[in-house]
Design a protein around this ligand. Structure first.
Ligand code: DWN
Ligand code: SAH
Length: 395
């Protein structure tokens, strides 16, 4: 097996979504070294030493897709497109979370796979056909036995979380009809490098996909991309439309355009990743400087949106509860807990920002537009935001 060439070291990191209870604050947290590398053959970019999915995706998983209007709208728009263009009779979603996508379809048409039992329960209670399982060839066979094959498989922000991509694709090949469509959506490596969003790397994100890397692994598994949409979601994502090689479908010119974009930027060259790593180091210094300066001025900073991504930023830049008074977040399962590693209290979002807050650090920078719209009053009274992308600054 060809070894990854490492280019980025993000230090030791706790599990990104492991929010701490008050009683656990004095316990030692388990931390993992987070390094990022590229496979020189496949061009896939991944983290070193992936952690077992069972440790991260269990019955305590706090993330809920439905916490942002942006995501709800994105899933709704895609559902409309799917109905209009492909009109599938059976759909499978891998990583269905709290049902934000499958809720757009009638219950007899969709199947959801969601390993986190606490989250899967939400859709099961609503009457959806969901399974609390990890996606692999065994699960595929089980689902076929009960439901038959499907015409469309959709998976957003999930395939990048599974180490054994060959098995994921094998399982998809088993369940998908020969003329079926696979739609995969994940953050784009190109956008991550362009915007210095190194926080896309954390223990759940085993891969950040480029088109050129994904194509290699799909090709090996008799699958091919026939179209791509570039989305604004999560700071820049790609939605890949994929078919079995044996199926005849026109390949859109978008595929070549995107491939050339990545090659022109240098995603096939190690030097590109080394300069990115240098920019990340500079970003760390710059962000820390902003926090230190505001701290010296005795101004109050809070965080907005506790994200898996912000776990990487805060632990890498060593920004802890001395710098950020508390976070606000709408996710019930994150509230009244503390951020992993940096122990910043997480409060329930009360509907507005407290009067004594001077600065907001945007943990959920990917929903900047949505949050700015919501926090007009804070902006009106002169409140400022701290953001780390594309370069750390106050806005
Ligand atoms: O890939 C993954 C993505 C899809 O979701 C998972 N591995 C884990 C998770 O990553 P994340 O935590 O970085 O996701 P988000 O979607 O950027 O998280 C946004 C957070 O901000 C949520 O906790 C909800 C919160 N939020 C809020 O409190 N008020 C968000 C908005 C828009 C708001 O107005
Ligand atoms: N699809 C949703 C949720 C993304 S969060 C969205 O785009 O908002 C990542 C999800 O992947 C979690 O709900 C997690 O439980 C799920 N997941 C992780 N490993 C998985 C696996 N092996 N099979 C299926 N789902 C998995």
């Amino acid at each position: 097996m060809i070894k990854n060439i490492q280019f980025l070291d993000l230090g030791t990191q706790p599990l990104a979504n492991n929010y701490l209870k008050f009683k656990d604050l004095n316990n030692k947290e388990k931390k993992y070294r987070l390094k990022v590398g590229i496979n020189p053959k496949t061009k896939l970019v991944s983290i070193n030493n992936p952690i077992s999915g069972k440790l991260m995706f269990n019955d305590k998983y706090p993330y809920r897709s439905s916490m942002s209007k942006t995501m709800i709208k994105s899933f709704k728009d895609l559902s409309k497109l799917i109905k209009k263009v492909y009109n599938p009779s059976k759909i499978l979603e891998i990583g269905s979370n709290d049902g934000s996508f499958i809720k757009n379809f009638s219950k007899n048409k969709v199947i959801g796979i969601e390993p986190c039992a606490n989250v899967e329960k939400i859709t099961k209670k609503l009457g959806y056909n969901t399974y609390s399982e990890f996606w692999n060839d065994r699960t595929a066979k089980k689902i076929i036995k009960k439901n038959g094959k499907v015409d469309l498989v959709y998976s957003a922000n999930t395939i990048s979380h599974i180490e054994d991509l060959d098995n994921v694709l094998k399982a998809i090949n088993i369940i998908l009809n020969d003329d079926g469509i696979l739609i995969i959506e994940d953050p784009s490596l190109l956008e991550c490098l362009k915007k210095n969003t190194y926080d896309q790397f954390y223990n759940e994100h085993i891969y950040v996909f480029s088109l050129i890397g994904l194509e290699n692994i799909l090709n090996k598994n008799d699958l091919e991309i026939f179209d791509i949409q570039n989305l604004k979601i999560h700071g820049g994502s790609n939605r890949y439309f994929i078919k079995k090689k044996i199926s005849n479908k026109k390949i859109s010119k978008n595929v070549k355009i995107n491939r050339n974009k990545e090659i022109n930027y240098g995603l096939n060259k190690i030097s590109t990743y080394k300069t990115f790593a240098q920019r990340v180091k500079n970003s760390k210094k710059k962000l820390k400087k902003i926090f230190v300066k505001i701290n010296l001025e005795n101004k109050k900073i809070i965080g907005y949106g506790v994200t898996a991504k912000s776990t990487t930023i805060l632990n890498y830049c060593k920004i802890d509860n001395k710098f950020i008074s508390y976070f606000v977040d709408t996710t019930v399962d994150k509230q009244n807990k503390y951020t992993p590693g940096t122990k910043i209290p997480i409060n329930k979002y009360s509907g507005s920002i407290e009067k004594d807050v001077d600065y907001i650090f945007l943990g959920a920078w990917n929903f900047k537009e949505e949050i700015f719209k919501k926090e007009k009053n804070f902006i009106k009274r002169g409140g400022k935001f701290i953001i780390h992308t594309p370069i750390p600054k106050i806005i």
